[in-house]
Design a protein around this ligand. Structure first.
Ligand code: FES
Length: 83
């Protein structure tokens, strides 16, 4: 079986290679960083994976509070985890 094509997504300024078709929350997880920090500073990441819990919010292409479990990666996309 052929390996899927890859894309480059910039997560907190670091170029990260992901398989085409990956959702952004998976790319963030693969990069080893949380999607955001809670008000108390606790790391938060994707929980439900289906757009309900809002735990996976991050800044995508400059837009804050994007639910990253609902976004498919694009080549050159910029993702910033939220504070
Ligand atoms: S993981 Fe729950 S909304 Fe994205």
């Amino acid at each position: 079986m052929a390996k899927p094509p890859t894309l480059i997504v910039h997560i907190n300024g670091r170029a990260t290679t992901v398989d085409a078709g990956s959702v952004v929350s998976a790319a963030i997880l693969a990069a080893g960083v949380p999607c955001r920090l809670s008000i108390s500073g606790a790391p938060r990441s994707a929980l439900c994976g289906m757009g309900i819990c809002f735990e996976c919010r991050a800044v995508v292409d400059g837009i804050p509070h994007c639910r990253t479990c609902q976004l498919v990666c694009r080549d050159g996309m910029t993702v910033g985890t939220q504070r």
